[in-house]
Design a protein around this ligand. Structure first.
Ligand SMILES: Cc1ncc(COP(=O)(O)O)c(C=O)c1O
Length: 392
């Protein structure tokens, strides 16, 4: 076998979502696409907003000379300046263009930040349930993932986080609004975490950075607003993308923003610009940097996701599943009637309903449902959910 044992092992461990994807293809061929209810993928269904479409058309119709050339590895200065103005208004922090690194999505941004921070065997705390790619991103740069379970209601459990901190802790990854739970951490909870991390950072003699993974920061419901992580803690890198809020997942465009209060702000600017290059991204895509620069306040119509959330919550309630209503993102994470999430997923598959077992996100006994789908699919899945729950 030519591939490494580690990659082979990781591929096996990361197979839950891919298996569902393959199962979806098989099922569609067998029973017809209209009879398959696939809630396994978080692939945005909404098209990018008009403002973005216009910006892209203008760029293509009147391309500036040199638009497709290499540039500074951190991105175009004028794009970073526009992002900084938006972020400063949005968070109240004095973010400057120098603090912004344009990245290939949030995935690219996380890798750039981790590569810049980690020495071999440094530890990174991840709050469970978690986005499964974190483990691989951390490993990419020689780090070790340390799991801190969240509270029963998916809020931060500060005692568990405190117990997870050692002299090797370099960072904690937060993801709010959260994939898979839809939980958004409150400003108060983030500020309590900030106090804890300040105390622990001074105890262990180096700053513990928060990597705040926020690709869903604009996708929040019920009039909520994602609190500013910069207000909660100084040593923070906010990482986000336009994959979800502008529906541009395939274009790989996002950014990392270093807090103006981060103790290592200047070193991080240089390191993250360098790692963006040496990880092989070189820079974020030129055309899409330019296209998103002027539409920072735009987003896909969130009210559509809001409606889909409410519809799916009704389906789950009718079927008798227990869940916590998501405050943001487009996922539901209900409890399975018994602890065997794999068996539950298989029972749903017999009704042509595809969801992902919670164990893929580090929390068995739950399933993850993406409601980034059509109303018709949600309505169509109700009888299947009812049938499976009756059989439990
Ligand atoms: C929590 C979380 N972080 C990061 C990403 C990666 O996003 P991007 O497409 O911006 O790389 C995703 C994508 O689904 C996600 O859910």
């Amino acid at each position: 076998m030519a591939i490494s044992k580690k990659t082979e092992d990781f591929m096996t461990k990361a197979s839950f979502i891919r298996k569902m994807f393959e199962e979806g293809i098989r099922m569609r061929a067998e029973v017809g696409a209209e009879n398959v209810f696939d809630f396994s993928l978080g692939n945005p269904i909404l098209e990018p907003p008009q403002e973005f479409q216009k910006a892209l058309r203008d760029l293509v119709n009147q391309p500036a000379a040199g638009l497709h050339r290499y540039m500074a590895n951190s991105g175009y200065p004028e794009v970073r300046a526009k992002v900084a103005v938006f972020l400063a208004q949005d968070t109240g922090a004095a973010v400057s263009a120098d603090d912004i690194i344009m990245t290939c999505g949030a995935g690219g941004g996380l890798n750039v930040a981790l590569k810049s921070l980690l020495d071999p065997n440094d530890e990174v705390i991840v709050v469970a349930p978690y986005f499964p790619e974190y483990r691989f991103y951390i490993d990419n740069h020689g780090g070790k993932q340390v799991i801190a379970e969240s509270a029963e209601d998916f809020n931060l459990d500060l005692d568990t986080i405190e117990q997870s901190i050692t002299g090797h802790t370099k960072a904690i990854i937060l993801n709010s609004p959260n994939n898979p739970t839809g939980r958004m951490y409150s400003a108060e909870s983030l500020s309590e975490l900030g106090d804890l991390l300040l105390r622990k950072s001074s105890q262990i003699g180096h700053p513990i950075s928060i990597l705040s993974d926020e690709p869903y920061r604009k996708i929040v419901y019920d009039g909520l607003k994602t609190p500013s992580i910069f207000a909660a803690y100084p040593h923070t890198i906010l990482i986000t993308s336009h994959s979800k809020d502008l529906g541009l997942a395939g274009e790989r465009i996002g950014y990392a923003a270093i807090s103006p209060e981060h103790a290592d702000r200047k070193d991080l600017r240089g390191a993250m610009t360098f790692t963006n290059r040496t990880l092989g991204f070189v820079n974020a895509p030129a055309l899409f940097q330019q296209a998103v620069a002027g539409v920072q306040t735009a987003s896909v119509p969130i009210e559509i996701y809001h409606e889909l959330r409410d519809m799916f919550c009704q389906v789950l309630s009718q079927a008798g599943l227990q869940y916590i209503k998501p405050q943001g993102a487009f996922y539901l994470f209900p409890k399975t009637p018994n602890d065997d999430d794999l068996a539950f997923v298989q029972a749903l598959q017999k009704q042509h309903i595809l969801v992902v077992p919670g164990r893929g996100f580090g929390r068995p006994g739950y399933i993850r449902i993406s409601f980034c789908v059509t109303k018709k699919e949600i309505e169509g899945a109700l009888p299947g959910f009812m049938k499976v729950m009756k059989g439990m």
